[in-house]
Design a protein. Structure first.
Length: 488
């Protein structure tokens, strides 16, 4: 294969040979021996909203039992609150919603946006977000600032037009996007676009930079937000003695100094065995409970009581006007109602996380072992540039290949999020050609988790099925590396 000295030429060649790459991928699936009846019915993660994992037996049974009973929904919400307080303490509270994005929406609208009532024009408010992966979610509720980022969300939700991602922006609210020290935002992909590479982020220097930003914008600063993840590919690989990412602790300290809330987006995370807000100092954390907790589709907001009071009030959960400890009205956010069945499943999932944490950690350990074994078989040049890590927070294994770009030659192709949306992401579409439902894999980062046809009725890994999926990923990476000129 040809050797390239310019990135865009390499990606142009890959685009021209897409059909050949996919043909080799299909052939490789046969060579690996992926059973025909398994193809299209299993994948590398059950944590994608478009194709969630099947519910486990315990969750199904809890939902079926509750579905035949008469239960006031306020009672179920209080059970969620009680479970959260059992683990984090009585100074914390909770509010269930139907999705993580709904949780972000009501939280930012409640805590970050300026008031809508009163005489005079509304003042301008601003929150700070690191320039990090998935920022189109927790960074999409304000107009991007500085102006060089005005189009950073342009391709996200484009099918839905301005009511996709642009439509959720809050009134008179902007989001200061802060590049992280040590991060690499170089341009890559068939759909050429800046990528977000974070394995070399310096948390102390980044926090110092963000503090200076907070000082400059103090008169309009209303909050700080970031992801709650804990792996190198997300920029949170440097941790303290408690296992808490240093950057998240520093952001919490900055927020406290400026008397504004620090809100964590932990969509791909789990309560109780994952990020511990009692240690990080965060004020509010928001989950997509169906991604990693084995819950049905739903979201959960957990936070310090002082911030949860206005959030619960906005949701119509904070008691009736005539004086009760709880209600179930949803107020203006009735569209965020999770419903009875979702609440029942969420409660069952939270109980499992509280009472049987080792059962939910074991699949992570099993996956990690298999991923390491299979990637040890990949071409040695590729293996040298790959970082493999595991996360109990996300119940996932991360495969990051940023290091393949160290040195003078071009590394393994990095596909942008725009490639994912455009259908030009060769890793994702290539896996589909092999009968494997792909996972989140852009910006040199691949996340692998259980659930999508690779686990049994109790949520434990079925080694043979999971290994097929990982073998397919390894082989596809070798095929793409050959066409890119990275390996012979």
């Amino acid at each position: 294969m040809a050797k390239f000295t310019k990135k865009f030429e390499m990606y142009r060649y890959l685009q021209a040979n897409t059909a050949n790459i996919y043909a080799e991928a299909k052939k490789a699936a046969d060579e690996i021996g992926i059973p025909q009846d398994l193809r299209g019915k299993f994948g590398l993660t059950g944590a994608i909203s478009g194709c969630p994992s099947p519910l486990t037996k315990k969750i199904r049974e809890a939902m079926e039992k509750g579905a035949t009973e008469v239960i006031p929904l306020a009672k179920l919400v209080d059970e969620v609150r009680s479970l959260v307080k059992d683990v984090y303490g009585d100074e914390y509270d909770a509010a269930p919603v139907n999705t993580c994005e709904a949780g972000l929406w009501v939280t930012f609208d409640t805590l970050f946006s300026p008031p809508m009532q009163g005489r005079g024009d509304a003042y301008q408010a601003r929150y700070i977000i690191p320039y990090e992966k998935h920022l189109h979610h927790h960074g999409g509720y304000g107009r991007p600032f500085p102006g060089c980022f005005k189009d950073i969300l342009a391709d996200r939700g484009s099918t839905a037009g301005e009511l996709g991602f642009y439509g959720k922006r809050q009134n008179n609210l902007s989001a200061y996007i802060a590049p992280l020290v040590g991060a690499d935002y170089s341009v890559h992909g068939i759909k050429f676009h800046p990528t977000i590479q974070l394995t070399k982020v310096d948390p102390e220097a980044s926090a110092e930079k963000i503090k200076k930003i907070a000082e400059r914008h103090a008169t309009m600063l209303t909050g700080i937000t970031s992801l709650a993840y804990d792996t190198p590919g997300y920029g949170y690989g440097v941790k303290d003695s408690d296992g808490v990412p240093v950057l998240q602790k520093r952001l919490a300290e900055i927020a406290k100094e400026f008397d504004v809330p620090y809100v964590l987006d932990n969509a791909w995370g789990v309560p109780f065995i994952g990020h511990d807000i009692t240690k990080s100092g965060a004020d509010v954390i928001i989950y997509s409970m169906d991604k990693a907790s084995e819950s049905p589709t739903s979201g959960l907001i957990i936070g310090k009581e002082q911030y949860m009071v206005p959030i619960r009030r906005a949701l119509g959960m904070h008691g009736d006007r005539y004086g009760t400890t709880a209600s179930y009205g949803k107020a203006a956010y009735v569209v965020f109602d999770p419903g009875k069945e979702a609440l029942l499943g969420m409660i069952a999932a939270l109980k499992e996380l509280r009472d049987n944490p080792d059962e939910l950690k074991k699949p992570v350990d099993d996956m990690y072992k298999i991923v390491v074994e299979e990637f040890d078989q990949i071409h040695p040049k590729l293996r040298k540039g790959i970082i493999i890590s595991k996360s109990y927070n996300s119940r996932a294994v991360e495969v990051n290949y940023e290091k393949t770009w160290e040195g003078d030659e071009l590394g393994f192709p990095i596909f942008s999020i725009e490639d994912m949306y455009a259908g030009s992401h060769l890793l994702q579409v290539g896996l589909s050609q092999m009968g494997v439902i792909p996972t989140v894999a852009y910006d040199a980062n691949i996340m692998i988790s259980p659930g999508l046809g690779t686990t049994d009725d109790n949520g434990q890994i079925i080694e043979s099925k999971f290994r097929y999926a990982v073998k397919a990923l390894v082989k596809l990476m070798e095929i793409i590396a050959k066409y890119s000129g990275y390996i012979d």
